[in-house]
Ligand binder design. Structure first.
Ligand code: 8YV
Length: 326
């Protein structure tokens, strides 16, 4: 019997793909830092039993139609908005993600962005690099307090909870808003449920950790930003399209909001000419929420084990779509 064939859409370290090689022939796209071109992805998918994909790869009907043997698409991310999950279910393709292993690293980065935005760290560092630090003034780069401030988390999943746990060490007053109320988090973390409007009005910091769905797209637009305090900061570690960037740009430019810490953007990657980058009160990162070496290693291992599980018939560890695909 021929061994299954798995296509991996980035060059990933061999040692983390071992569990996969036990079950399949594995081929990786030759580059670690550049996405596989769409035509090559389609060509490889046509002969593949499984794909190990990144957020930059679209797994859609066009691909599924041309991939008759495909049994699994394992995304190297907890989010899977690049994958048409319903279509995968219809085509009998198991969709997997990498939850849990990236929770703490992503929450760390969210908190780092919050601190950086509050204390104007990017702006202050640029001041030194531009060789402007020739004097001192009592309000030079005066920012916002983090300790004791209020934090509103929108999207209280695993990452939201991990952010709340960090915030408790800073004695922050944490509220949250999410589709379904999380009583356990309320009891364990001392967080309070608030409707979105109240949360936006009352929070010194608003952190977005929600996934991107048709319902969450532009959940923060002109009206929502107008509810926020002018001294407040918006932190986004979820997905760029949660925020209407044009509205955010205007709110920041008009000083209706103090700052924004953004790890994600509406269309990634952004270029240096992106309008938000001209604003000193924006701290921007290139979507590196889960980028610690050990977390990335774990994510790759989990994605590989998921595919191995599907191919061996044992089942995936972290499957996104329903049991009907098995
Ligand atoms: C990804 C992410 O790791 O997990 C997610 O959903 O956005 C990041 O943690 C990164 O985009 C690589 O796919």
């Amino acid at each position: 019997m021929t061994r299954p064939y798995v296509y991996v859409t980035r060059k990933l370290p061999d040692e983390h793909l071992e569990s996969l090689r036990e079950h399949a022939e594995v081929e990786c796209w030759e580059k670690a830092d550049e996405p596989v071109p769409r035509n090559i992805l389609l060509e490889k998918a046509a002969g593949a039993d499984a794909l190990l994909t990144m957020l930059s790869d679209q797994v859609d009907t066009e691909l599924l139609e041309q991939a008759p043997n495909l049994k699994a698409a394992a995304n190297l991310a907890v989010g899977f908005d690049n994958i048409d999950v319903d279509a995968c279910s219809r085509y009998g393709v198991v969709v997997c993600n990498t939850p849990d292993v990236l929770t703490e690293a992503t929450a760390d980065l969210g908190f780092a962005l919050l601190m950086a935005s509050a204390r104007r760290m990017t702006e202050a560092e640029q001041y030194i690099k531009d060789d402007k630090w020739t004097q001192w003034g009592p309000y030079m780069f005066a920012g916002a307090d983090v300790y004791g401030a209020s934090l509103g988390i929108i999207g209280m999943g695993r990452i939201g909870e991990a952010v709340a746990a960090r915030a408790s060490g800073f004695r922050m007053k944490v509220s949250y808003n999410t589709r379904t109320r999380r009583k356990q988090a309320e009891n364990e973390l001392g967080v309070t449920y608030q409707d979105k409007e109240t949360l936006l009005k009352e929070s010194d910091f608003v952190m977005l950790t929600a996934p991107l769905t048709p319902e969450t797209k532009h959940m923060i637009g002109r009206n929502e930003l107008a509810l926020m305090k002018p001294e407040a900061h918006l932190i986004n570690i979820g997905r760029g399209p949660l925020v209407d960037e044009q509205a955010l740009y205007e709110a920041l430019k008009n000083k209706e909001l103090a700052g924004a810490g953004l790890d994600v953007f509406e269309e990634e990657p952004i270029r240096a000419s992106h309008p938000l980058l001209e604003l000193p009160q924006v701290t921007a990162l290139p979507h590196i929420g889960s980028a610690t070496t050990s977390t990335r290693n774990e994510m790759i291992r989990l994605a590989a084990r998921n595919i191995a599980g599907v191919l061996s018939g044992e089942g995936a560890l972290t499957q996104v779509n329903g049991a009907e695909t098995q």
